[in-house]
Design a protein around this ligand. Structure first.
Ligand code: NDP
Length: 486
């Protein structure tokens, strides 16, 4: 069995670098070192960790051209997209570092009349070691949503990057360890799927996974065997809803970018549009004209994972067989390593292109008679990650009816760039949240501490409880709760 694997440039297939395949024993040994490091890292406190994480932030920022070039090389995406990705990741790192103390510091709660002599405190405690399993589509932005927040909360991290982007993972780990005063706080295990599986079986205290729903279910099953908690960020089939009163120029321009940028390999990217029939022709004309200007190899790169092209082809073929019409591209859109922009209209709702994640530069557009119909169709898949709504007056109402984790109104993907907002989905798109206060809380557990401030004569939690105490409780509870007040 091979002990190494290589990363490649997706456009040319040229080998970039060789990496070790970490065995199960090696993964377990790395986790053991991380466990030993997690105590001292936690003991640094919020201020100590903030200092280290902001130093790391400064290194990433100073070396943004270097890491941007590496992201571009391993994923095949344009350098400008790679640089934007790094910038957003740095923003999250800085926010997590600066916000952890405010959000995770101890909080004190009212004890209530019955327990008025008690002091009630909730602490947020780091789990210990968080195993982060990352994808290849945004190899720095996506895992950083877990790594930065887990570290800021006081955990050590063991990171398994995708086999398509190991170099980016290694670079992140190397730069952290340049500035970290402690060893083994952030380490990496490279390898294939088995290495990821070994991480889920190791004595980690929490798993943060980003990738496909299929693999997420395996991760969840493996974690369940040891009662290890997890946060799962899976794929999406994100809808765009365009109302009759929408700004059609902007809706077309931004939806096109959301669907096609990064070669459509964006879990929160547009995959299907539901447009009001009154403005459908206008919208389709505009987006078609714009899509014809988009060039693979210039505006977006090749498929980072070559096998994805088979998925894209199967979705296009299925839609064609079911009677969809192509207004841009067609059944020959997939030309390895690229997929040409493809827009289909009148796509039957039972098509793969409507129901399954395509993860390519394709978009379906269907007409609807009302926004209620659009909401029903938008909610009609097993996914529930994100959505975008375009409307002059009705955007907030429509957004509030969508069964998904994140909605942009009159914009696309905006929430991912706002560090204070939670990021995640429902249904097959996963559970738990990264980013924002919720993302910091995700990497901690609540420890409740109740302390006696002073003793009172009426005691409840003793075998010496008196009849007077029983009567007192009854009277107090009746006084407090017997009347229904709205
Ligand atoms: P996977 O879900 O298979 O891979 C994601 C990560 O999990 C990778 O690091 C992978 O390692 C690792 N992994 C694989 N098998 C296991 C396992 N049994 N236990 C633990 N970890 C494991 O996604 P793919 O890269 O194969 O992409 C497949 C599909 O997933 C895409 O077509 C796309 O639809 C979706 N996807 C969604 C993403 C998102 O952002 N939500 C990101 C990427 C993909 P390795 O790479 O070494 O196999």
């Amino acid at each position: 069995m091979s002990t190494t694997f290589t990363s490649h440039e997706p456009a040319t297939g040229k080998v970039i670098q060789e990496f070790p395949i970490a065995t199960k024993d090696q993964v377990f040994a790395t986790v053991a070192l991380a466990q030993a490091a997690s105590g001292p890292w936690s003991a640094l406190g919020f201020d100590g960790r903030k200092k280290v994480l902001l130093e790391w932030c400064a290194v990433l920022t100073k070396r943004i051209d270097e890491i941007g070039a590496l992201v571009a090389q391993e994923t095949g995406k344009p350098l400008s997209d790679a640089t934007l990705e790094v910038s957003l990741a740095v923003g999250h790192l800085a926010w997590a570092a600066k916000s952890a103390k405010r959000i995770l510091g101890p909080s004190f709660r009212p004890s209530g009349l019955l327990m008025f002599n008690m002091k009630s405190e909730v602490q947020r405690s780091p789990y210990g070691v968080v195993g982060v399993i990352g994808p290849w589509n945004y190899p720095i932005f996506t895992p950083m949503g877990s790594i930065a927040y887990a570290l800021a909360a006081g955990n050590a991290v063991v990171f398994k990057p995708s086999e398509y982007t190991p170099g980016v993972g290694q670079w992140l780990c190397d730069t952290f360890n340049l500035i970290s005063p402690l060893a083994d706080v952030f380490s990496i295990v490279t390898g294939l799927g088995e290495t990821g599986a070994a991480l889920t079986e190791s004595p980690v205290d929490k798993i943060a996974f980003t990738g496909s729903t299929r693999t997420a279910k395996k991760v969840a099953a493996s974690c369940a065997a040891r009662m290890v908690p997890y946060v799962l960020e899976c794929g999406g089939k994100d809808p765009v809803i365009v109302a009759a009163d929408a700004d059609i120029d902007r809706a077309a321009e931004y939806s096109l970018w959301s669907a096609m940028s990064n070669s459509g390999q964006t879990c929160i990217g547009a995959e299907r549009v539901y447009v009001h029939e009154k403005v459908a022709d206008l919208f389709i004309n505009k987006i078609t004209q714009m899509a014809e200007q988009i060039k693979p190899g210039i505006n977006y790169g090749p498929a980072t994972m070559p096998s994805q092209l088979n998925v894209i082809q199967s979705h296009i073929d299925d839609a064609a067989a079911k009677g969809a019409q192509f207004v841009v591209g067609g059944v020959d859109s997939v030309q390895p390593p690229y997929t040409y922009p493809t827009i289909m209209i009148n796509v039957p709702e039972n098509s793969l292109a409507i129901r399954e994640e395509t993860f390519g530069p394709t978009l379906t557009i269907n007409r609807v008679a009302s926004m209620d119909e659009a909401i029903d169709l938008a909610n009609g898949t097993n996914y529930g990650l994100a959505a975008s709504v375009w409307s002059g007056k009705d955007g907030h109402r429509i957004a509030s009816k969508l069964k998904c984790g994140m909605v942009s109104v009159n914009s696309v993907i905006a929430f991912a760039a706002i560090a204070s907002l939670p990021f995640g989905g429902v249904k097959d798109s996963g559970n738990g949240r990264i980013h924002g206060p919720e993302g910091l809380m995700e990497f901690t557990f609540a420890r409740t501490i109740v302390s006696t401030r002073f003793n009172i004569p009426i005691e409840f939690t003793t075998f010496k409880r008196t009849k007077f105490a029983d009567g007192f409780i009854k009277t107090l509870i009746k006084f407090l709760h017997s009347k229904v007040v709205g």
